[in-house]
Ligand binder design. Structure first.
Ligand code: KIV
Ligand code: NA
Length: 275
């Protein structure tokens, strides 16, 4: 399993870091089998799994539930878990208490926090307490209510300067990685060059230290609108829908169950994983 040190070393040796979100045991297990470097239990769970239309409704309890399942599915992969909306702003002590639950109850290896300002102070406090922190800048979905939508960030000169200042500040505060979402490629490159911690891009172009995608976007599993920065490597929607249609048809036509699916009274069989 990676450590914050081995991930930092990957940046130094120009070895791209592969991050992918996961939300449950099977998605985490398949990600581990496919050898991703880092699993992110993203609060995108709210949109791609729980049916909300933003990440704002996601609670700490939701994140704990999903992160525990991911850890059970992927015991040997570095797991980062998102701190959800407004669980790391009010005070250092509340931030600490919430991060402690994520670290201790789920076995995650790090937490991720969106934003700058007070969040950078809280990042410093967490790191001092021994909690590895991943920062998230650029488009920060938890604040879309304030920022006014899902748009490409840091296009204006002053916003670019602010982003560079923030990136240096989060490194100085002790963050171990930076997720950079939806910024022009040239600016993301400047950010990656300005700091020594790995910059993991999503919609941040090719000149960063690694990439992250949302699991459901990558496999084409119901994710609604597909953003420009997504590459869909499969379309499991179609396979799943076809499978369910076949099942429905079989049941309606008495083609399932078949003889091989039925039990006889004297039969000894193993069901599920048990005995
Ligand atoms: O919640 C999430 O999936 C994320 C990634 C998009 C970086 O934060
Ligand atoms: Na997130």
């Amino acid at each position: 399993m990676h450590t914050t040190a081995s991930l930092k070393k990957m940046k130094a040796s120009k070895d791209q870091i592969v991050m992918l979100t996961a939300y449950d045991a099977p998605s985490a297990k398949l990600s581990e089998e496919a050898e991703v470097d880092v699993i992110l239990v993203g609060d995108s769970v709210g949109m791609v799994v729980l049916g909300y239309d933003s990440t704002v409704p996601v609670t700490l309890e939701d994140m704990l539930h999903h992160a525990k399942a991911c850890r059970r599915g992927a015991k040997d992969t570095f797991i980062v878990t998102d701190m959800p909306f407004m669980t790391y702003h009010s005070s250092i002590s509340e931030t600490m208490a919430n991060a402690r639950r994520i670290m201790q109850e789920t076995g995650s290896n790090a937490v991720k926090l969106e934003g700058n300002g007070i969040v950078i102070d809280h990042t410093r406090a967490l790191v001092q307490a021994g909690v590895p922190v991943v920062s998230h800048l650029g488009l920060t979905p938890q604040t879309v209510g304030v920022t006014g939508g899902y748009k490409v960030q840091a296009k204006k000169e002053e916003d670019k300067e602010q982003l560079l200042t923030d990136a240096k500040a989060i490194e100085e505060a002790g963050a171990c990685m930076l997720v950079l979402e939806c910024v022009p490629e040239g600016i993301a490159k400047q950010v990656a060059e300005a700091i020594d911690i790995p910059v993991i891009g999503i919609g941040a172009g090719r000149q960063v230290d690694g990439q992250v995608l949302v699991y459901h976007d990558l496999i084409g599993y119901y994710s609604g609108h597909v953003a420009k920065f997504v590459k869909q490597y499969a379309s499991v929607n179609d396979s799943i829908r076809d499978a369910i249609k076949s099942y429905t048809k079989d049941v309606k036509h008495h083609d399932f169950p078949e003889e091989k699916h039925v039990f006889e009274p004297d039969e000894k069989v193993t069901l599920y994983g048990g005995s």
